[in-house]
Design a protein around this ligand. Structure first.
Ligand code: PLP
Length: 399
């Protein structure tokens, strides 16, 4: 029987980052009517196989230390082969407590304070925060925005990337594919060019592919390691957290084929005595990439419908809007500046009047005032309600 994505779990009152304490943090009136379209997790039930596996882990009644078994790396390698046609040695897989901690560990292992780290802007905010918090220099490779008939697309500025990589102290690049927030999936040619630029200038390439199982119909995702196999200074990060909605279980991984580079990343975690897996990492990863493997395809089909509904409805109701029709992710990146609301008011208008909470564009790019990132991973009825409220709030403002 197909999975029912029309049902939402009740997450309010569960210490949920997305649903709880939202009003207080924004200084707006509290209420059960608030609809968050922000934090990148999903308002769908988890696959029952994963929930059963987590229950199974606690069934003996003890929550003591656990060791990390080879099944984890084998499950990741099997998934990479079946889903992305990528051959990975299980021993190249390091478990992580999260993808962002993995990026931080790579920065610690392969750069020194003051060194340059290339990030493509607009960017998932932790890429910029981690770089700055670790005392490295952020080198912004700004994506080139194009528009046709209200649809936004983004291309890599390769001339700028070459110049940034050539800076003497640039040591690492964080690539994000599918890209958050624009939803771009980079082509084989684009990744090959990035890899060649990084190899030429001895820049370590860190590819965050956390959204890679979430691609729209007809799009082929290309993992960095499928293209960069000649380059030893590369690693790929992933997790079932986006496509199986398991972010709170802290089960993520890095695939890092070069043994020396792998040892360097391991040393970062061991120097802090930091566990790289949670109590249920192994159950989550082996079950997601095993008995629950049907879930992302059914999910993507449902998300295709959500993306089509949202983009068609918004373009029809608000002719001035410009937005992505993403290749991957469940995120839409939208420029509301043509909708009659001042760029510095749209976010608060939607929070206060529509009572929907997107993520403001300036979190991803200080120049993106008037842009919003909207998470569409929710039951269609909830999305219809949010869409109607957004449109009505903007129409009321323009009356
Ligand atoms: C591109 C990207 N990387 C990493 C993360 C977070 O990963 P983790 O929670 O495993 O650190 C997110 C979450 O939204 C993301 O969109």
């Amino acid at each position: 029987m197909p999975f029912n994505f029309d049902l939402a779990p009740q997450r309010r009152g569960t210490n949920c980052s997305k649903w709880d304490d939202v009003a207080a943090s924004l200084g707006i009136a509290p209420g059960d009517d608030l609809l968050p379209l922000s934090v990148a997790d999903m308002d769908f039930f988890c696959a029952p196989e994963i929930l059963d596996a987590v229950r199974g882990a606690i069934a003996p009644g003890a929550l003591g230390y656990r060791h990390f078994s080879p099944r984890f790396g084998q499950a990741v390698a099997g998934w990479m082969q079946r889903r992305h046609g990528l051959t990975v040695q299980p021993e190249a897989v390091i478990s992580l407590p999260g993808v962002v901690p993995g990026i931080a560990a790579a920065i610690a292992a392969f750069t020194q304070p003051g060194d340059g780290v290339i990030v493509q802007i607009p960017a998932y905010p932790p890429f910029m925060n981690v770089t700055r918090d670790m005392g490295r220099t952020l080198r912004e490779n700004r994506l080139i925005e194009r528009e046709q008939d209200g649809v936004l697309t983004y291309e890599i500025n390769f001339d700028q990337l070459r110049a940034l990589a050539a800076e003497p102290n640039t040591r690492l690049m964080v690539l994000c594919s599918p890209h958050n927030p624009t939803g771009r999936c980079y082509s084989r040619e684009e990744i090959a060019q990035i890899s060649a630029i990084c190899a030429e200038h001895d820049v370590f390439l860190v590819s965050d592919e956390i959204h890679s199982d979430l691609v729209q119909r007809g799009v082929r995702f290309v993992p960095a390691l499928a293209v960069t196999c000649e380059n030893t200074r590369v690693c790929q990060l992933g997790s079932p957290s986006k496509s199986f909605n398991t972010a709170g279980t802290h089960a993520a991984y890095m695939i890092i084929p070069d043994p020396e580079a792998r040892a360097a990343v391991r040393r970062v975690f061991s120097s802090m005595h930091l566990p790289t897996s949670s109590f249920v990492s192994e159950e989550v990863v082996t079950t997601a990439y095993g008995p629950a493997a049907y879930y992302p395809d059914e999910l993507c089909a449902y998300l295709d419908g959500n993306i089509a509904f949202f983009t068609e409805t918004m373009h029809a109701a608000l002719p001035g809007i410009r937005m992505t029709h993403p290749d991957g992710t469940y995120l839409v990146w939208a420029d509301f500046r043509g909708c009659g609301v001042p760029a510095d008011r749209i976010y608060r208008l939607l929070c206060e009047k529509a009572r929907v909470i997107p993520t403001p564009g300036y979190a991803f790019d200080p120049q993106a005032m008037g842009y919003l990132r909207i998470n569409l991973a929710m039951p269609r009825a909830m999305l219809k309600e949010a869409t109607t409220r957004i449109i009505e709030a903007i129409r009321d403002f323009n009356k």
